[in-house]
Design a protein around this ligand. Structure first.
Ligand code: AMZ
Length: 244
């Protein structure tokens, strides 16, 4: 299971918001590119980059920073936020993204995912199931859809996409722990690998998640606040896998 550090970009800066709300949380750095390079140096195998200017406001002004990250790191990067046209998805893959994360546009029109997969291949697509109390959200987490994550996983199942990114918005950025039984139930309900995000507050949370067969876990605030380091969590996972 991959530990995937997140680099969230808002207004050109690397931030860590609480429940995705602008003006909350912390400013991690004024230089997201340096943060991305730091994670690569510390041993991350995948990086998670979210353009919040695009996800929340539909403003593509931070795309140049995303592209700079893609230029400057060698590890595979998954990019999300405001990818709402086929052209935008293609551009990001051409710029070096290994995966594009599709949220709002996929939820509003499932056919969009089919169109993107025709251009870049379904193995480069991650569909975001950002959810609160079993309801999937869209538009920077400001609007509810009428779907539960369990319903969405069925819609794209046959497309063989790379992963579903399940974010538990209720706990995102709050370090209040993980609803393991819910995530386990979701993972069991689909053959597409799940990437989990939200509320990680300890290495134990990560170890618990590692037992339910996920693709990866996105970690933000716990790393940025030094609750544990990337080296520590990778070491703990390694130790646990050797013991079992
Ligand atoms: O923090 C937020 N408010 C937020 C966020 N992190 N809103 C959206 N996103 C991320 C999703 C997904 O990776 O987790 O943006 C992507 C989806 O964007 P869009 O524009 O396709 O809905």
């Amino acid at each position: 299971m991959y530990i995937i550090p997140s680099v969230d970009i808002l207004d050109g800066k690397c931030v860590k918001l609480i429940q995705g709300k602008p003006k909350t949380g912390l400013e991690v750095s004024s230089n997201p590119v340096e943060v991305a390079k730091m994670w690569e140096k510390k041993g991350a195998k995948i990086l998670h980059v979210v353009d919040l200017d695009a996800a929340v406001y539909g403003d593509l002004k931070s795309r140049k920073i995303v592209k700079k990250i893609l230029d400057e790191v060698s590890i595979p990067v998954e990019v999300g936020g405001g990818i709402r046209t086929v052209e935008e998805a293609v551009l990001l893959v051409e710029a070096g993204a290994k995966w594009v994360i599709l949220g709002t546009a996929a939820l509003e029109n499932p056919e969009f995912v089919v169109e993107v997969s025709k251009k870049i291949g379904s193995d480069k697509i991650i569909v975001a199931l950002d959810s609160k109390e079993n309801v999937v959200l869209k538009k920077g987490w400001t609007k509810e859809t009428s779907y539960s994550p369990f319903k969405i996983v069925k819609i794209f199942e046959s497309l063989n996409i790379a992963s579903y990114l399940f974010t538990d918005v209720r706990v995102e950025g709050k370090m209040e722990g993980v609803n393991i039984s819910y995530v386990a139930k979701l993972a069991k309900s689909t053959k597409i690998p799940i990437t989990y995000s939200g509320g990680i507050s300890s290495i134990q949370d990560v170890l618990n998640l590692s037992k339910i067969g996920l693709r990866g876990v996105v970690v933000g605030r716990a790393l940025y606040e030094g609750i544990f380091s990337l080296e520590e969590v990778l070491g703990a996972l390694n130790y646990a896998s050797r013991k079992s």
